[in-house]
Design a protein around this ligand. Sequence first.
Ligand code: SF4
Length: 441
Amino acid sequence: MRVALVTVYSHAECTLKDVAGGYGTVFRIGESLPARLLARAKTHVAELPPVTAGHLAQAALAAGHSVRVCDVRRLPGQHDAVPTGLDVALVQTSIVDAAAERAVIEELTRAGVHTIAYGAFATARPQLYADVARVVVRGEPEALGAGLFDPTLRGLVEAGFVADLDALPLPDWSPFPVERYRYAFLARGTTLPVAGARGCAYGCGYCPWRVTAPFRERAPDRIVAEVRHLVDRYGARAIAFRDPLFNLDADRVRALARGLRPLGVRFSAEMRADKLDGAMLEDLHSAGLRSLEIGVESVDRAMLTREHRKPPEAAQIEAVVHAAHKLGVRVVANFVLGLPDDTEDTFRASVAYAKRLNTFAVQFTVATPYPGTTLETYASPRMRLTAPETHTGWEPTFEHEHVPTERLRALREWAYVSYHYRPRYALRVARTALTALRDRR
Ligand code: SF4
């Protein structure tokens, strides 16, 4: 059979699908010229395929099918036709492009294609796709193996999740335009994604990663084998680890560093600051770590605790950022603005703290009630925007108790613009560029 992996885009701004628990985000921070320049710069930072797509390609090829990778853009001024000459279309679903995905699926089904909707949003809201797709998969579609391509499948299919990630065959990226995939914070050459773990062991109430599937980790030697394969077969220069939580177990992280060190790749990972120290950072840096993402979220630790987060101590965060800067590792500090108990004061204090940390990159996402989160339960009576596409991760979607929507928007834009247009930040960028020039890895 002729199988296509279809991804639909309906926003002109930078859209990332394999983030926010797979619900996706659209980077839109404001209308001022500085904000638009920052948004444009963001589009050049990263382009990476979702790991699941590589697994689905592997399953289809192993079953003897051919595989095409198709992006369908439905933007203002660009209306791509649906791909033709297909038997099966696997359409990845996301919250941010749900309406356009529905439209594309409907056209494909009408053209006689066996359409399969899968992904985080189809799992959370299967009814949104049920009347247009032949099959809606809830859970991780790779758990179905070759059975996913059974043409007699119809309706809602419960795939569950992959209990043993080590038993999954490695993703096959051969049908993908791998030379296009990049992460500018890491390397100039091809960057490919690897999931060393899925889900998260923590339970932050606003986080979509913990709701889509349970936490599972792979064995370090399997991860190293995958990275070696990506280097040998695709010439990968860098690896973007997609684990929401890379460093739960120190022994496992050290074993992974030992295995990665001889491979000569650079890598990025998301880590908990309270599970890192200077020695582990040095270990990871010598193994290729060049970009580190940490969740700070807010300076108000009591508020975070009420959101079921176990926030790292400020001293731990500062020590990690300091050690990473010394080693030349780029740090991305993530903040979330507009949690229920946030006020303009806590908001401003968090931005001031971000400036003190002065990391190479920051994210000030807006608290978004993603399906399945406790924030969704809290916000449901207060929703001002209910269309899935409005849940971009940067748009206030519910009436905040303490900060009016327009003010929240203005503060978000101010946070980004005032962070990036500072002499001290320019110095950070210059220092990082110098370190990168000297980096021979
Ligand atoms: S630690 Fe990070 S990934 Fe895990 S639940 Fe909290 S915010 Fe989500």
